[in-house]
Structure formats: C-alpha cells, structure tokens
Design a protein around this ligand. Structure first.
Ligand code: GDP
Length: 329
C-alpha cells in the first residue's frame, strides 16, 4: 500500500481513503501495523482539530436516533461529522450491534457524514487504540465533529471519556429510584447530561428527571475545567428533534471556554499521557504472554509450586532478568 498516497488523499478528505486507512489501523497483522504507524505519525501535526464528543447511554435510550438527528442538524450547518463506536459487546458476540446497517440510515447517506462501526476486537484495550487512531485519521481528514458512541457497560465509558473533549451522557426519563442507578463516577465524567424522549407522554417525567439530575450535578465537586453552571442537564427529544440546537450551543460554549482557559489543550495532553501509560502497561502484559518470558515464567512457576523458591523472590528474579533491577518496594 502506498502510504504517502493514502495520506495525501486523507488530507483531501476522501472518504474511501479514510475508510481504507481505518481498516488498516484495525488490522492485527504486523506489516499492516507498521504501515499504520507510518501513516498516523505522518499525519500528525497537521493543525486540524475536531471537537471530539463522547456519548454514552444504555441500549434503548436513543443513542442512534439522537446521533442521526444531531448529526443531520450539524451537517445542515455545513459541518463535517464523523461517527465512531466503541462497543465492548462486539468482543463477545463477534459482531457489532453498532454495526447494524439499519442504524442511522439517513445520516449514513449524508455526504457530510462518515459512520464507522466498532471494530470487533478481543479486548477493550485493542478497541481503544484503534478508535483513537480512527479519531486521528478523521481529524486529519478535516472532520469538524467526531462523535464517539458507546453503550454504557463495563469500562467502555471511561475509555470513551478519555478520548473525548466533551462527554455526554444520554439518559431516559425515569422514576426517582432509578436515578440512583447512575454510577457516581459516570456522573462525574459527564459534561452534559441529556434526558432524551422529552416528548408525548414522557415529557413531564423527562422534565422532572432532568431537574433531579441537575440537582445531583450541583452536589458534585466543582471541577476546574468547568465554567459556572456546568456540568449541565438538559432535556431533548431525538424523535421530535427538539432541544438539539440548545445541546449544541451548550457544547460549543463549554468547548470555547475550555479553549480560552487552556483546559481544552490540557485535557488532551493528560489524555495523551494516560494512553501512553496504558499502552506501556498493555505492551508489558503482552510481552509476558510471549517467549522468552512466557517460558521463563512457566519454569519459575513450577519451582514456586514445588516450594523451591518463594513467590516474591521468583517474581523479583524474573522482572530483574527482563526489566533490569527492580526498584525497592
Ligand atoms: P439506542 O439503543 O440507544 O441506539 O436507541 P435507539 O436510538 O435505537 O432508540 C431506541 C428506541 O427509543 C427506539 O424505538 C426509538 O424510536 C426510541 N426513541 C429514541 N429517541 C426517542 C425520543 O426522543 N422520543 C421517543 N419517544 N422515543 C425515542
């Protein structure tokens, strides 16, 4: 594959080149990996910056309906919108529910939009890296807004929050008891809570739910990356396309404030560091599972089992052999 040519076409915003490049970064083959690295590094520093928006919500809350309506609103304003997905369930089922072709059908036909389902990977760490690289590629291709969608299960919310400039939590209208079900940690990562389905019979419940969440958000510790009044809770109706413009106004206002105060760049820098450290950890673990460490570990494990050497000493020996002298604990 001609990486220089691919790179050039991505910079021109060619969709097919972008799709091909994402397939390349998703590949597990060593030669593809080398090309992907060359491509990603070559595209670095183009000075293009999209607004990366994470969106989480349980199945059925209306994510695809929201993304479609919201995405179409943005493309109508002339913005280029990319939609990526982090779907931990794809690891289990082998196929992505977010890859369902019937989802976001109108948006997928919109020339201003680019939709990419979640890569099917065996573990979240692999999905995370591929999604980050896909974000880099979309950014290089000149997209203005990148929506990163995830179903709120397991660690996927944290993963998406760590690659987003803004993090949205989509919730359904609910009774007071269900309110407790939203984990505090997720409330703390959310920049804007959107209570969807604020229409028809659900409208008054949605308004009440939104007020409850707004109250809960006010009880959270004030974060330095927020101006007065954030994080916020708003009601929207993805179906009636109501409140979407307000949500966008709040998002852009928050992003603007963070840009002016340096928190925007600061957050990206922190995220880069977070992912660097995560990659080092992952890489170390991967090496443990490969030769020669794997064999040495198995041999030492036998000695530990036989009571010939203590677990701690065996571990220290192994780490010293492969990582150099260990620091005193
Ligand atoms: P996802 O699983 O989070 O992607 O949810 P979907 O977008 O597939 O929506 C799940 C169901 O909720 C569908 O039947 C939608 O029509 C419905 N839904 C989504 N948004 C709204 C909304 O704003 N109002 C109402 N009343 N229903 C909605």
């Amino acid at each position: 594959m001609d990486i220089a040519d691919l790179s050039e076409r991505i910079l021109k915003g060619e969709r097919r080149a972008l799709a091909r490049a994402i397939t390349l970064v998703e590949s597990g083959r060593a030669d593809h990996r080398a090309q992907a690295r060359e491509l990603i590094e070559g595209l670095r520093g183009q000075g293009r910056e999209a607004l990366r928006v994470g969106l989480s919500g349980t199945p059925g809350v209306g994510k695809s309906t929201f993304i479609e309506a919201f995405g179409m609103m943005l493309t109508a304003q002339g913005l280029k919108v990319a939609v990526l997905a982090v779907d931990p369930s794809s690891a289990r089922s082998g196929g992505s529910i977010l890859g369902d072709k019937t989802r976001m059908e109108r948006l997928s036909r919109d020339p201003g939009a680019f939709i990419r389902p979640s890569p099917s990977q065996s573990h979240l760490g692999g999905v995370a890296r591929r999604t980050r690289e896909a974000i880099d590629l979309c950014e290089a291709a000149g997209f203005d807004v990148i929506l990163i969608e995830t179903v709120g299960v397991g660690q996927s919310e944290t993963v998406v929050a760590e690659m987003s400039d803004l993090f949205l939590l989509l919730l359904a209208p609910a009774g007071g008891d269900e309110l407790q079900g939203v984990k505090r940690g997720i409330m703390e990562t959310a920049d804007i809570i959107l209570v969807n389905k604020a229409d028809g019979e659900l409208k008054s419940t949605a308004t009440r739910t939104c007020a409850d969440y707004a109250g809960a958000l006010r009880l959270l510790r004030k974060r330095p990356q927020d101006p007065e009044g954030y994080p916020k809770a708003l009601t929207v109706s993805a179906v009636e396309e109501h409140g979407l413009d307000r949500a966008w106004d709040e998002m852009t206002a928050l992003a603007e404030w963070r840009r002016e105060t340096g928190h925007f760049a600061g957050r990206r820098a922190e995220q880069a560091r977070f992912w660097f450290e995560a990659e080092v950890r992952e890489g170390l673990l991967a090496r443990l599972r490969r030769e020669p460490v794997k064999g040495a570990m198995a041999a030492l494990a036998q000695q530990v089992e036989a009571g010939e050497i203590s677990a701690a000493v065996a571990a220290e020996d192994l780490l010293e052999t492969y990582l150099g002298e260990s620091a005193p604990a």
